[in-house]
Design a protein around this ligand. Structure first.
Ligand SMILES: [Zn+2]
Length: 243
């Protein structure tokens, strides 16, 4: 029966498995390398969000402060009018004129009172806005070093991965050399669609697609003939007998 030799894949399969192993390493490194710029973008957008929060708080504070200036001008001109009415009242002789000015004075005092209440409310809001502005600035200040360190680490990682990928590609090229041309062609054709390309066959099933292969493929997979590759008739992967 020759069970021991049957349980081992033939030499071409072994070479293909080495090639596949190197190829898998290359693919993993490429994936990791491709993820780095996205991680950098994520950190940069966190920095941008913190800066935007500072600018929003600054804008709110400036808006409230300019409202306060407008209000102070209004209070100032109302106080000028009030002073003017009081002077006029002290100079009039007629009682009805005196009373009319008294009414104007009262109205003006009420108006000033309302404006001053508004100003106090505004001062509270300015105080809150200033706190929010300081908090946004403090949050950014405390996290910026961490963000920058993270970006530096990611750039270093990218450089390391690039170097590892160059090595992996060289190792992959070396692994291709001993593989016969027809086997390489089969490998490359499947590799563009799916990984892994070379899979074990267990219990009559391809371990790539988990479907049962035909008896012909099963018997091909047991063959010791190195020019023969068993191809799963369901998914097109190379299958090898793995008892
Ligand atoms: Zn299959």
């Amino acid at each position: 029966m020759g069970l021991i030799t049957q349980g081992m894949p033939h030499a071409v399969i072994e070479k293909l498995l080495i090639l596949q192993d190197r190829d898998t390493r290359r693919i993993n490194l490429e994936k990791q390398l491709a993820a780095v710029p996205l991680e950098i973008v994520a950190v940069e957008s966190a920095i941008a969000a913190e800066k935007a929060a500072i600018e929003a708080a600054r804008g709110e504070l400036q808006g409230l402060e300019s409202n306060r200036k407008v209000l102070e001008t209004e209070i100032g001109s109302a106080e000028d009018k009030l002073a003017k009415y009081r002077t006029q009242q002290s100079q009039v002789k007629k009682n009805d004129e005196y009373q009319a000015l008294g009414h104007e004075i009262e109205t003006m005092e009420t108006a000033i009172g309302t404006l001053e209440e508004k100003e106090i409310e505004l001062l509270y809001r300015i105080d809150e806005a200033r706190k929010r502005f300081s908090a946004a600035e403090a949050a950014h200040k405390s996290s910026i070093d961490g963000h920058q360190a993270r970006i530096a680490t990611l750039r270093e990682r990218s450089a390391n991965l690039t170097a590892e990928l160059a090595e992996a590609n060289a190792a992959l090229a070396t692994a291709r050399v001993p593989v016969p041309e027809p086997a390489l062609r089969v490998y490359d054709r499947v590799a563009v669609r799916q990984q892994p390309v070379v899979v074990a066959m267990r219990g009559g099933k391809c371990s790539g697609c988990h479907l049962k292969v035909s008896s012909e493929v099963e018997s091909d997979s047991r063959s010791r003939d190195e020019t023969k590759l068993a191809i799963c008739d369901q998914c097109g992967r190379v299958v090898y007998w793995d008892a």
